[in-house]
Design a protein around this ligand. Sequence first.
Ligand SMILES: *Cc1c(COP(=O)(O)O)cnc(C)c1O
Length: 394
Amino acid sequence: MNVSLLDLKPQMSELRDEVIRAVTGVIESTQYILGPEVERFEEAVAAYCGTPYAVGVSSGTDALLVSLMALGIGPGDLVLTTPYTFFATVGSIIRVGALPVFADIEPGGMNVDPERMADLLAEDRRHGGRIKAIMPVHLFGQCADMQRIMELAGEYEVPVIEDAAQAIGSDCPFVDGGRVSWKRAGSMGLAGCFSFFPSKNLGGIGDGGMVVTGDREFAERLRSLRNHGAQPKYHHARIGGNFRLDPIQACVLNIKLSHLEAWHEARRRNSDLYRRLFVAAGLADEPVGLPPALYKDEPGGATNNYHIYNQFVIRVPERDRLRDFLKENNIDSEVYYPLCLHQQESLRTYGFAGLSYPVAEQAAHEALALPIYPELRQEQQEYIVATIAGFFKG
Ligand SMILES: *Cc1c(COP(=O)(O)O)cnc(C)c1O
């Protein structure tokens, strides 16, 4: 049996005719920059996320970049984030001329540890307060501890830009006394940034991104900056860029958004099946660390997040050997991410060399993403877990 990490063909063959009709409509309309498809998609994402405003942009990376630009973050400023994420998070910070400050991730988790953030914010405040934004990442589709992060943001009066590129539709609990309210990824900070890269749960047929916000003035700045700061045309009050969402992507994403909840559900079902199979094989938690199984309606779920499983990431100390073994058995897997950001070659001159983030570094050694896409079949998952069991039997 062959199992790829992600197979986009079943999804596209189901939607093919509708997608071709919509793309043809854009082609025939000759509205090739912004326009009604982009506006319709912005309104739909705003409604889906429970935010008043949404601004379509060219990619998840540009969503982060334009948000930092709209906050006026630049040289001399620091942005507090995680060392364990996709490079775009920190690349965008450095591209505006600021520098990242890394807080290690939570022991046993994959997301940033808010207590490390608290320490760094306190220390920064003693040294004059250069941290101008907090950029948590909702890694693999599970929200970071946003209740605590938003408390810190309030205490230190620092805006939050959520890197929600992997987490559209994920919900996060806020506990007040005994009551739990749920907030959607992207809707908690000043800005929430999404990516429609094809491998995300909501993926286009190319690049695309979105910033959602509850702040009208901030949304207007984003709209202006994505179009070279022009307001009106050819009058440039700010220096922005070309960060516009393409209407062809928007028309495809409009179609796909109506299926997104069903796809999330299918990924959650697949994650449940993995869990049952790993437990039945006697591998669960030891030697195979499983990602959290978290549901809104779980008893005591108040302290849990609602995961959309953009990736299903297990942890095994012999990760590289297991990955080779899976490959020999025609099973695709991927390492997200083999290096932490402070270990990247391109950041060597930024003064991270002697720094160490042991929890993140251990995750980078152990993490292995298994196939989890919605159309993955039961027998494929059984084959994957049986192969992993065979690996540990030696
Ligand atoms: C995918 C991703 C991005 C970048 O999105 P693009 O659309 O590829 O530019 C940023 N941050 C994280 C965490 C991502 O996974």
